[in-house]
Design a protein around this ligand. Structure first.
Ligand SMILES: Nc1nc2c(c(=O)[nH]1)N[C@H]1C(S)=C(S)[C@@H](COP(=O)(O)OP(=O)(O)OC[C@H]3O[C@@H](n4cnc5c(N)ncnc54)[C@H](O)[C@@H]3O)O[C@H]1N2
Ligand code: MOO
Length: 424
């Protein structure tokens, strides 16, 4: 069960909690992955998550095939053959691409075979053209002997019939599509995509297509978060800009909860007089608020709650903070509800780089520092911090990635090796 005592107050009265504790609370409260699944054609299966194991219905390849242009031979006929002591084989047949083999390869004989051609019965290996010299139309010299199984792929060597080709919970990549196609599978059962409802709150927020009057701000967060959901392989519904009056905001969040697997709103997570996020997340419970406030910069006032089985995130209004909190909390939730194993919940791929300047940090807080990367030589990357406020979206747009300064640290020295999580 959730420990509400440690999560009540984002300003530290009662305690902010660490990001890792907040992630743990969230994980503990998540229910089973999105239950529904659907069958899709291979052409639509990229990036979808398998709902069931895929078992190979047949051997791949179905029959042994040559991996080189040459001659299908009996290896024993070629043992010891060399430039100075070649062996002689009669060419008694030819394998044609896409056609069945005609006739067996008998002792002392060979069949011409193209790369990918079937291996005729009797043959157990292939001698490359380069290691043969034609004597006439019907005979070759083999100048380099081969061992059994050379230059061919055996039936089932790629994957055996009844072996698990891909496990449930696997996200289908281009190479997986290739494997499935090779096995003749054209439909796969995949988990239904996680549906994410997005709202932006704030009476100052206007659609980005409009010209702001004094005090108004164009909506940055909705479209940026929608992009992040798409990158996380979820599907989003944009519920637009919702007034930060409770009688409008609460029903809008409730509607989004009814129609989605996850709900995000941005703005209203802090403690200003009109910051309704906390009240709304509490009211859409139980269990209500799990986390309000973490030792994180930027992103401290993040709100995480549950309405029944639906996670509800109140992301801070500042655009950089909203995106950072998406990475740390929402992306792993989308991954988990998609049925992916926990390692897929890791935020991003990373590289190591050398920091170009000292960066200070307050102890007891996880800092997310945006960086630009520059390659100095073939092996080394330099990471230049992109400094700026969490309201400045351009700092995030200029960044190639970020690194973390953990709670125990007071900063990172110039030239330190850091791990940069990449914005790709
Ligand atoms: N007294 C305190 N004030 C604040 C604290 C604090 O600890 N004590 N924390 C600050 C931090 S850190 C952040 S982050 C913000 C979070 O504020 P809210 O989540 O309540 O968001 P708002 O107040 O509604 O907005 C903050 C800022 O972001 C702009 N915004 C909001 N939504 C959007 C959007 N969709 N597109 C573009 N920009 C947006 C909004 O106009 C404000 O400028 O609280 C601090 N305050
Ligand atoms: O944490 Mo706020 O999210 O720094 O700007």
């Amino acid at each position: 069960m959730t420990d509400h005592k440690e999560t009540k107050d984002m300003l530290g009265r009662g305690g902010l909690i660490s990001v890792s504790r907040a992630q743990q609370l969230l994980r503990e409260n998540l229910r089973a992955p999105v239950a529904s699944s659907e069958e899709v054609l291979l052409a639509e299966a990229l990036d979808r998550v398998l709902a069931t194991d895929v078992v190979a219905p047949e051997n791949l390849p179905a029959a042994p095939r040559s991996t080189m242009d040459g001659f299908a031979v009996r290896a024993a006929d070629t043992y010891g053959a060399s430039e100075s002591m070649p062996c002689y084989l009669s060419v008694t047949g030819e394998v044609l691409m896409g056609k069945p083999c005609e006739g067996d390869v008998n002792v002392g004989c060979c069949h011409k075979v193209p790369t990918g051609g079937l291996i005729p019965a009797g043959a157990d290996s292939v001698v490359m053209f380069e290691h043969t010299v034609p004597v006439d139309e019907t005979m070759i010299e083999v100048v380099k002997g081969v061992g059994t199984g050379t230059n061919l792929i055996q039936s089932g060597e790629d994957i055996r019939k009844d072996a698990k080709a891909l496990p449930a919970g696997h996200r289908i990549r281009p190479q997986d599509l290739g494997l499935l196609a090779g096995l003749g599978i054209d439909r796969v059962k995949v988990v239904a995509p996680v549906r994410v409802g997005i709202l932006s709150t704030g009476d100052e927020i206007i659609p980005h297509t409009q010209v702001p009057k004094p005090g108004q701000i164009r909506n940055i967060n909705s479209i940026a978060l929608a992009g992040a959901v798409t990158r996380a392989h979820g599907i989003y519904t944009d519920y637009g800009i919702v007034s930060d009056r409770k009688e409008i905001f609460l029903p809008a969040v409730e509607k989004a909860i009814a129609e989605n697997d996850i709900v995000l709103f941005s703005g209203g997570s802090s403690v200003g007089v009109r910051d309704l996020g906390q009240q709304v997340v509490e009211e859409v419970g139980p269990p209500g608020i799990l986390v309000h406030g973490v030792t994180l910069k930027p992103g401290k006032p993040v709100l995480i709650g549950m309405s029944g089985a639906t996670p509800v995130f109140g992301l801070p209004g500042h655009p950089v903070s909203a995106m950072v909190c998406f990475d740390l909390f929402v992306q792993p939730t989308i991954a988990a509800l998609s049925g992916l194993p926990p390692e897929y919940g890791l935020p991003r791929p990373s590289i190591t780089a050398r920091l170009t300047r000292n960066i200070n940090s307050a102890p007891g807080r996880l800092d997310v520092v945006r960086v630009q990367l520059q390659q100095t030589d073939s092996k080394t990357w330099k990471a230049e911090p992109v400094l700026g406020k969490s309201g400045s979206i351009s700092t995030l747009s200029r960044a190639h990635g970020y690194f973390l300064i953990d709670e125990a640290s007071q900063g990172v020295q110039e030239n330190s090796t850091i791990k940069v999580f990449l914005y790709i």
